[in-house]
Design a protein around this ligand. Structure first.
Ligand code: SF4
Length: 383
């Protein structure tokens, strides 16, 4: 089982961001931390088996002052057993990280940091509305290492309006120059309701040409491979042994408990005669509704039952994101049905078209298949 904690606060809202995060709430931080611990206390009986990873995401977890980070983790340790946790990640914004925060994080057992670097060039960082510069990323990474946290991941974005191939090459190389153990590279998705999307729809900005965006993706795959990284998921690259366990857990349907505003959970996994079914729930997206829910103690909130056929499709959808693909043995263990029985006919047709590969008990996408992943999934959904 895995644990996710959402810290929905940011210093400033980035222009492309659709995550649940609020600005100007510093006076509320302590109350929020106490609510998370209260939620953990209420929901601890939803945890089945030992917690293997913890991920503090946001928002900007590094905005919590060190004493509140300590209060949060000490509170969680009082309520939950974290002894089996091997990967403990916190997201950090390079514009908010101070040495004391990093020392505190390390002393509390956080052993992996994910920094949102996004781009190297100041003009692109401004366009995205980021509060940091590349020099902040560089100094945050050095300070993190000095605090004893060596496992560093950097997030990058490609396909930003006005970004060209030279910008992207420079961004990837600058990221690699900091010797991270993990890189994530995401294509920019214009989310509804964001200022960036408004600028795009009003014609004030335009996205790079799709061919150029594909070239950017191809470049990061090649460049990270040359630097000794292995791509293990559509957007994720890691040195051997530093793949993100928490994310792999998510892609392989390990149950997770999400605490905090807008956090999602997948719990109560049960195995009936027709295989696995589970309960997914999402906490409210506003602080007030979250407070009300805690006061009532009525968890899980907004829950949705995932039926065995839906759970089988999710196994394919999430598993095919990863380079290793979907394991036939895991599929059977999870669903009490063979993968061949559910999707074999479709997959063999796709194999003939060079879209998927069947190797050593795994079904995986080829690079052509990765390019049209969505239509492959639609096809599988209809089978
Ligand atoms: S720092 Fe992250 S969560 Fe906060 S506004 Fe920017 S993209 Fe959104």
């Amino acid at each position: 089982m895995e644990l996710y904690i959402h810290i929905p606060f940011c210093r400033r809202k980035c222009r492309y961001c659709s995550f649940t995060s609020f600005t100007g709430q510093e006076a509320y931080f302590q109350r929020y931390v106490d609510l998370i611990v209260q939620e953990a206390r209420i929901r601890r009986n939803e945890i089945s088996g030992p917690l293997s990873s913890v991920y503090i995401g946001g928002g900007t977890p590094s905005l919590l002052p060190p004493e509140l980070l300590s209060r949060l983790i000490a509170g969680l340790r009082d309520v939950l057993t974290l002894d089996a946790v091997t990967e403990f990640t916190a997201e950090a914004n390079p514009g908010t990280v101070a040495p004391e925060w990093l020392d505190t994080a390390a002393s509390l057992g956080i052993n992996r940091l994910s920094f949102g670097m996004q781009a190297y060039q100041e003009n692109l960082l401004n366009l995205l509305g980021r509060i940091h510069r590349f020099r902040d990323v560089s100094s945050s990474v050095s300070l993190a290492r000095r605090s004893g946290i060596r496992n560093i991941s950097l997030d990058l974005i490609f396909g930003i309006p006005t970004q060209n191939m030279d910008d992207w090459r420079q961004t990837v190389d600058a990221a690699l120059s900091l010797s991270p153990f993990h890189l994530s590279a995401y294509g920019l998705i214009p989310e509804e309701g964001t200022p960036l999307t408004r600028d795009l729809s009003e014609g004030k900005l335009s996205l790079p040409d799709p061919d150029e965006e594909r070239e950017m993706y191809t470049f990061v795959k090649k460049r990270t491979c040359e630097a000794g990284f292995r791509q293990y998921e559509i957007s994720s690259f890691a040195l051997d042994g530093y793949e993100c366990k928490h994310n792999i857990g998510y892609w392989t349907q390990v149950p997770y408990l999400g605490l905090g505003v807008s956090a999602a959970s997948m719990t109560c996994v049960s195995f009936g005669t027709d295989g696995m079914s589970c309960l997914r729930s999402v906490n409210p997206c506003t602080i007030r509704a979250y407070e009300d829910l805690i006061a009532k103690g009525s968890f899980p909130a907004g829950s949705e039952h995932i039926s065995p056929p839906e759970a089988r499709f999710e196994t394919m959808m999430l598993g095919l994101r990863m380079n290793r693909g979907v394991s036939e043995i895991d599929f059977y263990t999870r669903h009490r049905l063979s993968l061949d029985q559910c999707y074999g006919k479709k997959l063999r047709e796709m194999e003939k078209r060079g879209l998927v590969l069947h190797e050593n008990g795994f079904w995986k996408l080829t690079s052509r298949g990765f390019d049209i992943q969505n239509s492959i999934l639609v096809d599988l959904m209809e089978s």
